[in-house]
Ligand binder design. Sequence first.
Ligand code: ME8
Length: 516
Amino acid sequence: MTTDKSFYVTSPIYYVNDAPHIGHAYTSLACDVLARFKRLDGYRVRFLTGTDEHGQKVEKSAQAAGVDPQAFSDRNSAKFRNLSQALGLSNDDFIRTTEPRHIAACQEIWRRLKERGQIYLGSYSGWYSVRDEAYYAEGELVTAPDGEKRAPTGADVEWVEEPSYFFKLSAWQQPLLDYYAKHPDFVLPQARLNEVMSFVKSGLQDLSVSRTSFRWGIPVPEDPAHVMYVWLDALTNYLTSVGFPDTKTDDYRAFWPADVHMVGKDILRFHAILWPAFLMAADLEPPKRVFAHGWWTIEGQKMSKSLRNVVDPIELAKKYGLDQVRYFLLRELPFGNDGDFSHKAIVHRTNGDLANDYGNLAQRVLSLIARNCAGRVPTPGPLDDADNALLGAAHGLLAEVRADIDVQAFHEALDRIWTVVRAANGYVDRQAPWALAKSDVPRMGTVLYVLAETIRHLGLLAQPFMPGVTGKLLDQLAVPADQRTFASIGPGSALTPGTELPKPTGIVPRYVEATP
Ligand code: ME8
């Protein structure tokens, strides 16, 4: 495809100490929807995901498992790669931070920072949380009920004293504030930008960016007794994937700066403060947006291994269907808010929005056409106001949905699509094409044509969310593969009357609890 529009979206790279769960799937699915939407909308897209493999947390987990950290990373990174496959993610790259291309990129960014006088040698003494891979100032710590000092996230902290290189983060306080002021959409949702800004305004300290008390990291160029701080290493992955340090490549020019770094709210500060500061200091452009989404609890509780309530997305997809899981996760919560996952809620969405509203609409229209129009796209006669209103709503959806997707309001995009689904179901009820089949066959043809065109649009627009279900729907409308992009939205590529359609089959089954 030749296009000068390009779009680069990234998920976080996940730590290999944990097995993939619904939280990881959520972020990656959101990226996938964005990537698919932009591809269908004519963009050249790059979607990156992968695994974060260095640092003390991974080293300790590997030790606990009795394997060396590389073997441990190999094993667990493969689980995330499998997750991508099982979820049908359309990622263009899967990066591992132990790959040579990434080590080269990190060492180069270090050199750039060093050359520009942004890094100096000192020694760190202070608190560190291995679970968060973060440094905390004394004043940020909280005293837990057991009297222990903890990170504000509840994680354990330990006292660290070691030689360390520092990044002059304090020098970037004002440039960061200026950047936020100039780019009010840099962090979404808006409220999260306010949190970031007040943290930055409260003062930034220089940041320890190397460690000497363990070995599992990328060696600092010219001083290999130090390994790089895992967040400097991890964040750089977004540059590695587009070819950095070579900034002349086609991919680098097309895709840097990234359009959206999709993250959970837990890692917003790393992305919205450290990352643009590192980049500006290295004379590279900061990303255009960081979207920090909310947190899922499970049936009202925090997800944790000890509560044995960790939800495996692959099991979930096997139980309800992949598209049902994708739809549920992106429809249930306003994207950005926290929410609760429950089996009751997913069954409700699957049987209500999907089987009853969307699936039933398609089923009704396709079987009426099969029965009354000899299985061929009917020929429309003159259109009345009701026909034009429904078709107009379908044609107008793209512009509205595009605006939602551009601010990552996935729930609103779906809500809008479903407004037309409900309008179409209402139109079927009111027009009663089954009665017209007996009283006015030409009018029946018009009504079924309007409906077929409407469901074609509903199929095209829901593709990024439910590639499987919509694929089946578009197959049943005999829409050729090259007419499934958003360029085919609107009256210009309408269904051709007389086209033979395959025998209709259901596209979204109801979920029925298996009897034990
Ligand atoms: O932080 N609800 O990796 P990580 C919603 N390696 N999202 C959740 C979630 C939940 N309950 N639990 C996890 C790291 N997530 C670093 C990132 S990026 C340069 C380095 C998702 O394995 C959410 O996206 O701890 C969160 O930000 C991410 O998993 C944390 O993944």
